[in-house]
Design a protein around this ligand. Structure first.
Ligand SMILES: Cc1cc2nc3c(=O)[nH]c(=O)nc-3n(C[C@H](O)[C@H](O)[C@H](O)COP(=O)(O)O)c2cc1C
Ligand code: SF4
Length: 502
């Protein structure tokens, strides 16, 4: 094949060469240049030794790489239908775009879901639906009896995403949107930047790299009381979240690709610019449950009594039960637990960690909720759940299983204009959301996107109220596992209460 292709390219070039000799016009000269150019590439391809496919199929094999690179986009634009796109299908992406832009968010002609398929989930409506304008429960008060600065939060908040993983314009638009809509914006583990301080309520995340909360000692990042305190007592900071793990890469620690580690980000994190920044998998500030409890209390004291939470994706069941039992025995506990599902998102993660490690949200959430009930801590510790919550049904379902509030990351990225190109780890995000390339960052106009963030939040809350009203329930806070149903077998429909709580 190699020789045949080379012969074809060389012959065509000679042919055009002859043509130019007899008809020296612009058209023939252009054809000769193209053929000559392709022949040079064909010769180069057939001589190089790095890619066997290219040696065997000079020039032609390059098409394969092009299609390989553009596969996701081709799939999304030409092949994917409404319900089969991953991780977030087109139907769900569309509802975010529509709610963010306040455009029409109704769909015509009936459902495309197979309501007779196993796994189909739904809620039942009441003969006496309520007026959605009067549905209560869209705010939740965070803060146990250990906390002196309780926080009145929305039930929907922006889940952790760092400046570094996201662009400064994305962070600014998220924070300004949070301010307009009166909800909270989580910093992610990358520390606090000026872009987080646009006036919106902030949840300050402390990860294992202690960015914004620590210092380097002999090349190792350690928690530092003074650095943490300086940031934690800012008035914008409403709660602190200590990150143990996240669903997309539990047990791994954060990854900031070298390309995205600009001098500005490196300065905020106190690391060398242009290098990949890997946070350690575990905290150096504590090594057992007692030390963990002391650390949580220290963080609470340093932040002058703000609610302090821990975030993890449920892993080893025994460890989690021991931890919660230790909270109960010590009569000291975090004010909230953020349970992230194994299906959670990330800017960059190793494939095995994303696909095969960590408990999915439903099981993780139910497990943690049952433990809080068992150890009598449900009235002290709130649960924030995160994992592909996009529309109102996702939220109703998750709240009914025991969550008090929802954290959303990718949905808010979509509200900023993310097209699910899945290049967040490459610094080439075409819409300026997950890149540090200035020319791309400019594509995201903060003054236009901030309002979309607010709209998406507000419209989703409204949609939750409409669903709850249709169910005949007076308050979002009254949602229970008995309200949601799943088709388990062909002729068997079971409530979440029966599946998860009996
Ligand atoms: C771009 C990106 C960056 C993230 N960065 C962090 C982070 O710094 N800390 C963290 O705890 N989780 C991080 N996450 C996980 C989210 O906070 C969230 O837990 C997870 O994506 C599930 O929510 P979702 O399904 O609504 O996206 C990140 C997620 C994304 C998509
Ligand atoms: S559009 Fe940007 S933010 Fe969205 S998935 Fe692609 S690279 Fe990531």
């Amino acid at each position: 094949m190699r020789n045949t292709l080379l012969t074809i390219f060389i012959s065509v070039t000679i042919l055009f060469g002859v043509l130019v000799y007899f008809i020296p016009q612009t058209g023939t000269i252009i054809l000769l240049s193209i053929a000559g150019f392709l022949t040079i590439i064909a010769i180069y391809d057939s001589l190089q030794t790095k890619h066997s496919l290219l040696r065997a199929f000079p020039v032609i094999a390059r098409l394969r790489w092009f299609f390989e690179d553009e596969r996701d986009k081709i799939q999304q634009y030409f092949i994917e239908d409404n319900l089969n796109g991953t991780p977030i299908n087109r139907e769900k992406r569309s509802i975010v775009y529509q709610r963010s832009k306040l455009s029409k968010d109704t769909i015509p002609f009936g459902t495309q879901h197979n309501v007779y398929a196993k796994g189909y989930e739904f809620v039942k409506h009441s003969l006496f639906p309520k007026d959605h304008h009067h549905i209560a429960g869209d705010r939740v008060l965070f803060g146990s009896d250990k906390c002196t600065q309780k926080y009145d939060a929305s039930i929907i908040n922006i889940s952790a995403m760092s400046f570094g993983s996201l662009s400064k314009n994305a962070i600014m638009a998220l924070n300004q949107g949070a301010k307009m809509g009166n909800f909270a914006h989580n910093t992610g583990e990358g520390g606090i930047s000026p872009y987080h301080l646009q006036g919106g309520d902030v949840i300050f995340q402390v990860g294992t790299g202690y960015f914004g909360a620590g210092k380097s000692v002999n090349g190792k990042r350690v928690f530092d009381d003074e650095t943490f305190r300086e940031n934690a007592i800012r008035p914008e900071i409403k709660m602190i979240e200590i990150k143990f793990s996240q669903g997309a890469k539990p047990g791994h620690g954060g990854i900031l690709p070298a390309k995205k580690n600009t001098p500005e980000i490196a300065k905020i994190r106190s690391v060398a610019p242009g290098t990949q920044v890997d946070s350690p998998p575990s905290h150096s500030a504590f090594t057992n449950y007692e030390e963990m409890i002391s650390f949580i209390q220290n963080v609470r004291d340093l932040s002058e009594g703000k609610p302090v939470g821990i975030k993890f994706c449920a892993g080893n069941n025994e460890e989690i039960e021991t931890m919660i039992k230790a909270f109960a025995e010590a009569n000291n506990y975090p004010d909230f637990i953020s349970v992230d599902g194994g299906e959670g998102g990330t800017g960059a993660a190793p494939m095995e960690f994303t696909n095969y490690i960590g408990t999915p949200l439903t099981e993780g959430l139910v497990f943690v909720n049952k433990l809080l009930i068992k150890y009598n801590l449900k009235n002290q510790i709130k649960i924030i759940a995160s994992g592909k919550a996009v529309d109102a049904f996702d939220i109703v379902k998750t709240l009914s299983l025991g969550a008090d509030a929802i954290g959303m990351a990718r949905s808010f990225m979509l509200s900023l204009g993310c097209i699910q190109a899945r290049e967040c780890n490459l610094d080439t995000c075409p819409v300026g959301v997950a890149t540090q390339d200035e020319s791309l960052v400019k594509a995201l106009v903060v003054e236009k996107k901030n309002i979309r963030v607010k709209n998406y939040h507000d419209q989703t809350i409204k949609a939750v109220k409409e669903v709850v009203a249709a169910m005949g329930v007076a308050s979002i806070a009254d949602l229970k596992a008995s309200h949601v149903f799943r088709r388990r077998k062909d002729e068997e429909i079971v409530s979440f209460e029966d599946i998860y709580y009996k």
